[in-house]
Design a protein around this ligand. Structure first.
Ligand SMILES: Cc1ncc(COP(=O)(O)O)c(C=O)c1O
Length: 415
């Protein structure tokens, strides 16, 4: 079908900004302390927390937080069954044991029954991870964990600005970490910022941060380049004429090769953690953060409006319910379908690109799994389809998207 095609997602930077960030990654000084401090302060304020400390990745922040506890070898950390593999790798590198918790079908976060079941005398910490901008009952979850005196880290990489009742999800933990990596709502060409109200925790994080090694410019240039290319590839004209067909051809050559949002990643164990995980967050990234942070609220409002509209239009599709107290931000609008590859193909026939998450089903990683089964998480991983839902969708794109979704999803479900 000819005409304008709709990409699976878009970056939160304008094309002009992505080009500017490319130039800055090439030429701007990157080791200045002051912009990093200013961004940390601004991010803490934005997250309604007292302190923030910036790291090169969210996984580095989790590594730093878990190393503060100096837990005995073999202590257990409760983790989501679906997240990035890096989180598992840092837990294992600290000689701790990841214990995976099944996913709740209504929130895609921890299943409460399984969470309680998995707490043992060896459990020391939990990584609560709200996914897709959906807000679970973090209050109940963290109350249970804190009653057991566990250290609670909230990974709100996918849920910046999500609130349970009136409180931001990041405020429910002892500390929380946000990944400002590519395609996130606040994207600073990578980075992981830890927020906390505890000055004791923050002081220790700051001394961990001081010992990080100097960053490499080539890596930052690589990130800026990927950012610029993704941005270009998802511009309406380029996507409709080139990228869409490229993705289709990939899918024809190998059915699942174009399924994951940003591609397939390695499932292999690491012999040691890469050095780049322990590089300093650069002042170039902090300056980008200072510029982009003021755009997030407006973008969120537009995306949430569109997500609500899609949900009400597809009234007989079962979107995750979350809770009556959830203020979801729908970073990605996900719906479970019977067969994600088939549905991706059907939507593509109508000019609509879709994808499943690039997160890993970490509970089944060979080197970390204890053999338990996770049917809900597995179904989410295989058949959780992310529908296009981004802030600057044009009116005609919206119309075409709705027509395609009605055709492919609602009527299919009815028949
Ligand atoms: C839930 C979650 N945690 C963490 C990350 C990324 O973390 P890092 O900054 O370590 O790459 C992502 C990125 O997609 C994510 O979705």
């Amino acid at each position: 079908m000819l005409g304008r095609k709709i990409p699976r997602g878009k970056l939160y930077h304008s094309l002009a900004d992505s080009s500017r960030y490319m130039m800055q990654s090439l030429f701007r000084p990157m080791n200045r302390v002051e912009p990093v401090l200013r961004f940390e302060q601004e991010f803490a304020r934005y997250c309604e927390q007292e302190h923030a400390t910036a790291f090169p990745f969210a996984r580095t922040g989790v590594y730093a937080l878990l190393s503060l506890g100096a837990y005995p070898e073999g202590s257990e950390v409760l983790m989501p069954a679906v997240t990035i593999k890096g989180m598992v790798d840092v837990v294992i590198a600290l000689k701790l044991v990841p214990v995976f918790v099944e996913t709740d079908p209504d929130t895609f976060c921890f299943c409460m029954d399984d969470l309680q079941f998995k707490i043992t005398s060896r459990t020391v910490a939990a990584l609560v991870t709200p996914l897709f901008g959906l807000v679970p009952n973090v209050e109940a979850m963290t109350t249970i964990l804190k009653e057991k005196e566990l250290f609670v880290i909230v990974d709100f990489s996918q849920c910046l600005n999500g609130r349970y009742k009136a409180k931001l999800v990041c405020s429910y933990g002892d500390a929380a970490v946000y990944s400002s990596s590519s395609i996130k709502t606040l994207d600073t060409l990578g980075g992981g910022i830890v927020v906390t109200n505890s000055s004791v925790v923050n002081d220790k994080l700051k001394s961990f941060q001081t010992n990080l090694i100097e960053p490499g410019r080539v890596r930052l240039i690589g990130k800026a380049w990927t950012n610029l290319m993704r941005n270009l590839a998802t511009q309406s004209f380029v996507f409709s004429c080139l990228t869409f067909y490229f993705i289709r051809i990939l899918g024809m050559l190998k059915k699942d090769s174009a399924l994951r949002m940003t591609g397939i990643r390695s499932r292999e164990a690491l012999e040691e953690l890469p050095e780049v995980w322990f590089e300093k967050y650069t002042s170039i990234q902090a300056e980008i953060g200072l510029k982009e942070i003021f755009k997030v609220d407006a973008m969120d409002r537009k995306r949430v409006r569109l997500a609500e509209k899609i949900k009400s239009t597809l009234s007989n599709v079962r979107f995750p319910l979350t809770t009556s107290e959830s203020n979801n931000v729908y970073w990605q609008l996900v719906v479970e379908v019977d067969d994600a590859i088939a549905m991706q193909g059907e939507l593509a026939l109508q000019g609509v690109d879709s994808a499943t998450s690039s997160l890993e089903l970490v509970a089944t990683l060979e080197y970390a799994s204890n053999g338990d089964e996770f049917p809900v998480a597995t179904n989410l991983y295989n058949n959780g389809l992310i529908l296009p839902c981004y802030p600057d969708m044009k009116e005609d794109e919206e119309k075409r998207l709705f027509a395609a979704l009605r055709d492919c999803i609602v009527y299919k479900g009815d028949s």
